[in-house]
Design a protein around this ligand. Structure first.
Ligand SMILES: [Zn+2]
Ligand SMILES: [Zn+2]
Length: 380
């Protein structure tokens, strides 16, 4: 049963939240099995789809709950970050007729049209933030399997629930709310664990916190979303990260947290703190925050490179000359987006930002792009 003093040590990975809602913790992210309160064997709906590689685990749990060969009526996504859709390809293969629903504004990231704004490892808070530069952010492509949530707020497969737009963490982030008993599935709009901290993520100590900061691209919108969810006065908060909380303790922490949102949740500094990224693909991309140690690392790299080139002698200098020509080409071609090797990735961004200003320097986009390609080829 629900506890507000739960930790990883005393809470199994799979547990009942309330009748009609069960949670599976997949390493550090949650996904939910929702079904009518009076029909524990289904029909049922899956909310979010965990980490890459966890499809079998998710299916096995579903079979234990609802029996073999009982796919969900739908899969609902709070948003499309890798830890919420990682197993979706595998699940869709196993369940070939199951539709997926997400907010209209989340579709570019789920149909291969846009990458998310890059994560920001400079927001601080702990290991999970520092490691975020390796988190995948490429667009997944689920094609026609994913469609927009109904505009009337209803939730496919879940009568009695409605979806609530809660942008900020991502542009098309949504939460789900069962009105009659005030059960809230909040995704990453807020969390019940200090998600930036490696230690807290390990222990899963319950505490109301903001959206995972390293992936949050619009802090004003994120605060407005938490304010909205607080006004719903949820009895239960089942979040994307952290063990679900409930009752007065939840409402008290949430009400207190929302008044201090800017002080405790919004990072002191970070790429998206002064200026948010904006939707419709990435239109404005604030430059990365360069930390002194990062600059030192870059300078050391340049110094090593220079020594290596010097030692390589005349031949290398000729090659270097050619390389220079190449980089000239790169600059001019990248402006038009016509270099074949770069095209697939650059297509994820809009090449014609609405306001071509210092806020969206092409060089910074290229910097991010090259990093992303590197990370994605390394990622299974
Ligand atoms: Zn997220
Ligand atoms: Zn998440």
């Amino acid at each position: 049963m629900l506890s507000n003093e739960a930790t990883r040590a005393n809470t199994p990975a799979f547990t009942t939240v309330v009748p009609g809602l069960s949670v599976l913790r997949d390493v550090f992210v949650n996904l939910y099995y929702a079904f009518p309160q009076d029909q524990p064997r289904g029909p049922w709906v899956l909310i979010d789809a965990g980490l890459p590689g966890s499809a079998d685990k998710i299916k096995k749990q579903a079979e234990e709950l609802f029996g073999a060969d009982t796919p969900p009526t739908a899969i609902l996504l709070t948003h499309g970050h890798f830890d919420h859709v990682g197993a979706l390809h595998g699940l869709l293969e196993a369940w070939p007729n199951v539709p997926v629903y997400a907010h209209q504004l989340e579709l570019p990231y789920l149909t291969g049209r846009s990458s998310y704004p890059p994560p920001d490892p400079t927001v601080g808070g702990g290991l999970m933030s520092y490691l975020s530069f390796v988190y995948p952010k490429h667009p997944y492509n689920f094609g026609a399997r994913v469609e927009a949530l109904p505009a009337d707020g209803s939730v496919p497969g879940l009568p009695g629930w409605r979806w609530v737009p809660t942008p900020g963490h991502t542009f098309g982030h949504v939460s789900f709310f069962r009105e009659h008993d005030k059960v809230l599935i909040a995704g990453d709009a807020f969390t019940t664990v200090f998600a930036e901290s490696g230690l807290a993520t390990y222990t899963q100590k319950q505490e109301v916190h903001g959206p995972p900061a390293y992936f949050t691209a619009d802090w004003d919108a994120a605060r407005a979303s938490v304010e909205l969810l607080t006004r719903l006065e949820p009895e239960v908060a089942a979040t994307g990260h952290g063990i679900p909380m409930h009752g007065n303790e939840l409402r008290h922490q949430l009400a207190d947290f929302v008044t201090r949102f800017d002080a405790v949740s919004r990072p002191k500094a970070g790429r998206y703190v002064p200026l948010p990224a904006t939707a419709d693909g990435v239109r404005i991309l604030p430059p990365p925050v360069v930390k002194p140690w990062l600059a030192a690392l870059a300078i050391a790299g340049v110094a090593i490179g220079a020594v290596a080139l010097t030692l390589a002698g005349k031949k290398a200098r000729k090659k270097k000359g050619k390389k220079r020509k190449g980089s000239k080409n790169y600059t001019s071609i990248s402006k038009t987006g016509s270099r074949r090797g770069d095209q697939p990735y650059r297509a994820w961004y809009r090449d014609d930002p609405a306001q071509p200003s210092a806020a969206s320097p092409t060089a910074d986009q290229r910097y991010s792009d090259s990093w992303s390609r590197k990370i994605e080829t390394q990622y299974p």
